[in-house]
Design a binder for this molecule. Structure first.
Ligand code: FES
Ligand code: FE2
Length: 405
């Protein structure tokens, strides 16, 4: 009789039992008021809605962990107010928008879009302190089809930038704005930390693997060739230059940028046209574990911006079955599966992560600048100097690629 066989045993070299507790780099990911990153983010303007989101029905929005009420008075002025009424705290979500402001549902106090109290109908003589009563509010502005808000210290409010790609339109071009998180690769509100997405902008190597193979064909063939890649720190972010040699020896030069505070400067990888960057994505941290992306683009036909949304296995993310999500993972599946907030202590950054290392270093430096009382990179206070330029785009270079160019 044969001796019974020993069962096969696999002895791992590193036991998962010994995995230590994760440590998160709070200074990169936390968005609340008073946190290091939250204070950096609050030194810039952020889009908080499409222009049409500010209307005569008050809308509750969440930005950087704060709940706020967005509305537009009948006279056209948008307002962004703290939800708790300055009287006794009823939410202005239930208020009624009037010609010059919003009226609280509880006792009828009315506030203008800037928070000034206009009426106190239950008070004798209409309220003796009506003029001095202020509802906490944030400054807002409209530009490029978006509502922008500044949520930082009032005395440090910078000018709202203008963006060169949107200021110099060619014949037949116009601007479109979108709030569907184009480039996020998943749902409109992405349920993980915003920084996981932001640093993906300077992770060019995932294009070949994730988008070139796992997601199904997403980009043009040229995008999937092995590139020569160079990373540079710029005054306001990190730039990635990818050089790909085409069949005729010419070079496809693609430049993408991540800029502080949250901007994606990513030329469209699907259309195969050579041009300076045509769209900008503004990642909006809703709170520490949710974000969305507002996008503005130069287009030539109405609705063109919707075509920028990526497809996996030929379908939009929202159309995929659970099995197809498993079979064709994209940016969302990769980034969300890193965790609601990724475990920085458990990473092993390698050579291909150079862009991420540079971006984290630059952002951490800006966090420190703000903590020490300074003004971070890219904020300007001179209205005459509000134009922001980018180097990003898809370019065709007839010369052969030379290393280090
Ligand atoms: S709580 Fe708003 S008017 Fe009284
Ligand atoms: Fe991607």
């Amino acid at each position: 009789m044969n001796a019974p066989q020993e069962p096969l045993r696999i002895i791992p070299i590193r036991s998962a039992y010994e995995l230590p507790e994760p440590v998160i780099r709070d200074e990169l990911v936390r968005t609340g008021r008073g946190t290091a990153m939250g204070e950096l983010l609050r030194r810039y303007w952020h889009p908080v809605g499409l222009a049409g989101d500010a209307g005569d029905t008050p809308r509750q929005i969440r930005v950087l962990g704060e709940d706020l009420i967005l509305f537009r008075a009948g006279n056209g002025e948008p307002g962004l107010l703290h939800p708790r009424c300055a009287h006794r705290g009823a939410s202005l979500l239930y208020g009624k928008v009037e010609d010059d402001g919003i009226r609280c549902c509880y006792h009828g106090w009315k506030f203008g879009p800037g928070g000034q109290c206009l009426e106190q109908p239950c008070e004798p003589d209409g309220g003796t302190r009506v003029g001095r009563m202020l509802q906490p509010a944030y400054p807002v502005a409209e530009r490029y089809g978006l509502i922008w808000a500044y949520m930082g210290p009032p005395e440090r409010q910078p000018v709202l930038p203008r963006f060169e790609p949107f200021e110099n339109l060619e014949e037949g071009e116009f601007l479109e704005a979108d709030d569907q998180s184009i480039g996020g690769g998943g749902p409109v509100i992405v349920d993980c930390n915003w920084f996981q997405h932001y640093e993906n902008v300077v992770d060019p190597w995932h294009v070949m693997v994730l988008h070139g193979s796992f997601s199904g064909a997403q980009f043009t063939d040229a995008m999937l060739r092995a590139p020569t890649i160079r990373f540079d720190t710029t005054p306001r972010g990190v730039k990635v230059t990818s050089l790909r040699t085409l069949d005729d020896g010419s070079v496809f030069r693609r430049v993408t940028e991540a800029c502080v505070p949250t901007w994606r400067v990513v030329p469209n990888p699907r259309v195969g046209q050579y041009a300076r960057v045509e769209s900008l994505g503004f990642v909006l941290p809703i709170d520490d574990t949710n974000f969305r992306i507002y996008t503005v683009a130069r287009v030539r036909t109405a609705g063109e911006l919707k075509g920028f949304r990526s497809r996996q296995g030929g379908k939009l993310w929202s159309e995929l079955t659970p099995q197809e999500h498993r079979s064709f993972p994209g940016d969302y599946e990769a980034q969300k599966s890193q965790g609601d907030i990724t475990w920085h202590s458990h990473e092993n950054l390698a050579t291909s992560d150079r862009g991420i290392a540079l971006l984290r270093r630059l952002v951490a430096e800006q966090v420190k600048v703000v903590a020490e009382g300074g003004d971070p990179a890219g904020v300007g206070f001179d209205p005459a100097d509000d134009l922001v330029r980018f180097e990003a785009g898809n370019f065709h270079d007839p010369r052969p690629a030379e290393p280090g160019r």
